[in-house]
Design a protein around this ligand. Structure first.
Ligand code: NAI
Length: 462
């Protein structure tokens, strides 16, 4: 006999647990099925552990540069075991926090793997035999690492992002296939902790999708830090001996690279397989993403899908937002669909990257008459004070109306600074709206104010 809930959620990552927490806060009785610990990729294999390691790298950089401030502590060394232990402490602390939040809201967390037995009836079977039904069903099974042909992960020398996060030794020479968000974060981390890193990217530049000027800042900074970036590269395979010999070509030009380890970060795949969706009426596209409308509804009434398993940006905060839309829709409330163009992105390499809204090129492609304002951290007093002057703030606005279409940042604390850009883009603010606002001095955020002011035709420092 199946136990009945208002909502059954499959998956306890950011999409699933946000649906559970938000739904429970609205008074719904929720069951959430999770096969591992609650928290999903973000908490256990993604954002949190990766950012913890990147924080270790930042501390190392800070100590290395301390002498410049008159603080001489000698040449720092890294004890990776201590760093990994701290990473686990952070993950455990956040997991316990999440578990107690779920408990406090009386969400029934069902351990095990769930399968959809009858989508139309919102009927789920858990691996231990537990049967669940709901007035609604939310699929939030997330994503997993994927590789390319010929590069099967072995966890020793051919590594996925999961492996890098638990690696207990810093490899001497490493190749990273794919220069996207994960590739650039790992390149930055590994270079800081002492690896010799080569990034091999298929497209003409790293960080595709990021505004070109911002991606160029990262590429230049990587070069200064002796991270080799090879673009327009096709990797064809490798030979394994004492070292790995990686084969690649760029057009007719072929080359080999000897490394100790290869990290593959070419995107992730949605986890929609083995879920019982075949023939269920729930649409799954050719890449494995569950098909949904702008309210996250699948083709089966009462069945929703959120998070990395749908073809929207694979970001924890997008999962959160989608969960809220799904729950509000279940409750019959008015919902403003998510504008995915305006989602904030944060990439935690050094220098950090963050953006929201349209890139200059995307705005032009959509037919906007565009003007831009680009200001460098090089002239910003706080950036000089902290010794982090690499980077820019770029605002993309519509010519004439001054409406802010996009904000793109590379530089110190970009991932925090973007909050103001997000507000501006989503509030459809104009350059003169922003130019009239005061930014505290001396702050990094002044550079945003300066960039906006410059778009009004006058400026102070810029
Ligand atoms: P990605 O899609 O960001 O980048 C993959 C890169 O690999 C692209 O540049 C692509 O052109 C390249 N590529 C694909 N096939 C290749 C090949 N055969 N040879 C060479 N290059 C190849 O995917 P990534 O970095 O794996 O991250 C997956 C997702 O995880 C991201 O899309 C993002 O949603 C999320 N993520 C977000 C982060 C953040 O916001 N801080 C950090 C890490 C991941």
């Amino acid at each position: 006999m199946a136990e009945h809930f208002d909502v059954v959620v499959l998956g306890g990552g950011p999409g699933g647990y946000a649906a559970a927490l938000y739904g429970a806060a609205a008074g719904l009785n929720i069951a959430m099925v999770e096969e591992s610990r609650v928290g999903g990729t973000c908490l256990h294999k993604g954002c949190i552990p990766a950012k913890e390691l990147l924080q270790t790298a930042e501390v190392l950089r800070t100590v290395r540069e301390a002498k410049e401030f008159g603080v001489d502590v000698g040449e720092p060394t890294l004890d990776l075991a201590t760093s990994l232990a701290r990473k686990q402490t952070v993950v455990d602390r956040l997991t316990k926090g999440l578990e107690s939040l779920l408990k406090g809201r009386k969400v029934t967390v069902v351990p095990g793997t769930g399968t959809v037995v009858d989508a139309a009836a919102h009927y789920v079977m858990v691996s231990d035999g537990t049967e669940l039904t709901g007035d609604a069903l939310i699929l939030a099974t997330g994503s997993a690492t994927r590789s390319i042909p010929g590069f099967d992960f072995d966890g020793e020398r051919i590594l996925s992002s999961d492996h890098v996060l638990t690696m207990d030794r810093v490899p001497g020479r490493v190749a990273i296939i794919g220069g996207g968000a994960i590739g650039c974060e790992f390149a930055s981390y590994l270079a800081d902790v002492g690896s010799e890193v080569t990034v091999l990217e298929a497209l003409p530049s790293i960080l595709p999708g990021v505004d070109k000027q911002v991606a160029d800042v990262v590429a230049r900074s990587f070069k200064k830090r002796r991270i080799t970036v090879e673009t327009g590269i096709t990797v064809t395979g490798y030979d394994a001996g004492d070292a790995l010999t990686l084969h690649a070509h760029r057009g007719d030009e072929t080359g080999d690279l000897e490394v100790e380890a290869i990290i593959v970060s070419v995107g992730r795949r949605p986890r929609s397989e083995n879920l019982g969706l075949e023939g269920s009426g729930v649409g799954v596209d050719s890449r494995g993403f569950i098909e949904v409308d702008d309210h996250l509804r699948t083709a089966v009434a009462g069945v929703y899908a959120v998070g990395d398993v749908v073809a929207t940006p694979a970001l924890a905060h997008v999962g959160f937002a989608e969960a809220i839309v799904a729950i509000k829709t279940i409750l019959g409330e008015d919902v403003v669909p998510i504008d995915y163009d305006r989602v904030p992105w944060g990439i935690y390499c050094h220098p950090e990257v963050a953006f929201t809204g349209l890139t200059e090129q995307a705005a032009i492609d959509r037919g906007y008459d565009v003007e831009t304002s680009v200001h460098r951290f090089l002239g910003n007093s706080r950036a000089i004070l902290i010794g982090e002057t690499d980077g820019i703030v770029k605002i993309v606005a519509e010519k004439g109306t001054g409406v802010i279409l996009g904000v793109h940042i590379a530089g110190p604390w970009a991932t925090e600074l973007i909050a103001e850009g997000y507000l501006a883009v989503n509030w459809e603010a104009t350059a003169s709206d922003l130019g009239a606002l005061i930014h505290a001095h001396p702050t990094l955020s002044e550079l945003f104010g300066e960039s906006a002011l410059a778009l009004t035709g006058r400026s102070l420092h810029g």
